[in-house]
Design a protein around this ligand. Structure first.
Ligand code: IZC
Ligand code: ZN
Length: 411
């Protein structure tokens, strides 16, 4: 397979290690000037500085000159609702008139509007649409992303969405990690029978998803008017019993206690966390749960920003993701998330880099192989139109990616 030598890296910036970084370590970024990276068969062989090895022509290595630019690991988007039919631009007017996200959902819009469009779309149509989104993500520097179901909300329709994720794996450069989110909303058929839907999830959907190997994670939207704490616990425990690791949309709008539950269950990550309490943060620290913050959603909803500094002080690793979805974050731009994390979550550029690389990889169970530039890891990286890390957290609204390398291949 291809051998690649990337030379003339002005600044190589990367976290190091094979697990999520918390506290002060979240800001520990290795910075190498005048660096090079040698990769073979998609894996990094060596990272060094100064004179690169084997630069003579004919040695079998493709040479990529980074032109003195910044190089970081490929970005990881650890929370996306990638697969859905339609969009929801028709809700913008209501939103501008002051209707909240939960009011739109309670009136049968929101997730339920996307439910109709997703059920109406074929697997091939959904695959083509998600593929276009993945291409855009890749253009922003994302080489690994999580993708949730949750717009089918019946056994067959959830399986259809998860098959779309599987269809996309290996057929285009970005890598995907699949999450079952049957507990995203109550479908119209179960509007008056929440118990019936929770049983359908636990007795039919989770066993079928697990048996088909269609997801690694089980997630729940634990929120007022959606899934209660009690229902969330039952569903996540059932997922765990079937080998699906836990994630939870927790304490986004109301502090129901999702963060406590996440810590108690040893969930891999809890998401949003805008309204998290001290107790929730403590529980997550104890349980080793990663805080996956989604500041572009705060931006779009006009909501507060999650207390990133509190998580860092409490020793909870912070990851950052887009939350790409048609309702609360119709954007695929993880670079914008990095800007917002600095400006609104008060994270340093170094902490932000760890959050969108190594900690994001840990949030999708890939920290051993992805998320940093070091020997033995995947050769997934970004060459930036930038000289340093501050620059990419400071400029916003432009795509600053020059070249994305995925598995040792420029894409
Ligand atoms: O489609 O509204 N927050 N789920 C929870 C979403 C946003 C996705 C949506
Ligand atoms: Zn979400």
């Amino acid at each position: 397979m291809a051998k690649l030598l990337i030379t003339n890296i002005g600044l190589l910036a990367t976290p190091a290690g094979r697990e999520a970084k918390a506290g002060a370590a979240q800001g520990d970024i290795l910075k190498l000037e005048n660096a090079w990276i040698l990769a073979e068969d998609g894996v990094i062989l060596e990272v060094g500085t100064g004179e690169p090895p084997m630069t003579e022509p004919g040695n079998g290595f493709e040479i990529l000159d980074a032109g003195g630019r910044l190089v970081t690991p490929g970005l990881v988007d650890a929370h996306t609702h990638l697969v859905f039919g339609g969009f929801r631009q028709h809700e913008l007017a209501d939103k501008l008139r002051g209707k909240t996200y939960l009011e739109i959902l309670a009136a049968g819009g929101g997730i339920l509007s996307t439910l109709k469009a997703t059920r109406a779309a074929s697997e091939a149509q959904l695959t083509a649409k998600a593929l276009a989104a993945l291409r855009e993500m890749l253009s922003f520097g994302v080489t690994l992303c999580e993708a949730k179901s949750g717009y089918g909300l019946s056994l067959e329709e959830e399986l259809k969405q998860l098959r779309v994720v599987r269809n996309l794996q290996g057929t285009q450069p970005a890598e995907l990690v699949s999450t079952f989110l049957g507990a995203h909303a109550f479908p119209p058929e179960y509007k008056e029978d929440h118990e019936g839907y929770v049983r359908l999830i636990c007795e039919e959907m989770i066993p079928a998803v697990a048996a088909a190997g269609l997801a690694e994670y089980c997630d729940v939207f634990c929120e007022t008017g959606v899934f209660t704490m009690e229902e969330s616990r039952r569903i996540l425990e059932c997922g765990l019993a079937h080998g699906l690791k836990a994630k939870i949309h927790a304490d986004e709008i109301d502090a129901l206690g999702g963060a406590q539950l996440a810590g108690e269950l040893g969930a891999v990550s809890a998401e949003h966390l805008i309204a998290v309490t001290e107790k929730g943060i403590e529980s997550m620290a104890k349980g080793g749960t990663i805080a996956c913050l989604l500041p572009a959603t705060s931006f779009y909803l006009g909501a507060d920003y999650a207390p990133a500094r509190k998580f860092i002080e409490a020793g909870v690793p912070v990851a950052l993701a887009t939350d790409y979805n048609p309702g609360s974050c119709p954007s695929l731009n993880l670079q914008l998330v990095m800007n917002l994390a600095c400006l609104k979550d008060r994270m340093t550029p170094e902490e932000v880099l760890t959050a969108v690389t190594l900690n994001g990889a840990a949030a999708v169970g890939r920290a051993a192989t992805h998320g940093s530039l070091e020997a033995g890891k995947r050769a997934d990286l970004v060459i930036w139109n930038a000289a340093d890390l501050d620059f990419i957290c400071y400029r916003f609204g432009s795509n600053l990616v020059r070249t994305v390398v995925k598995g040792g291949v420029p894409v």
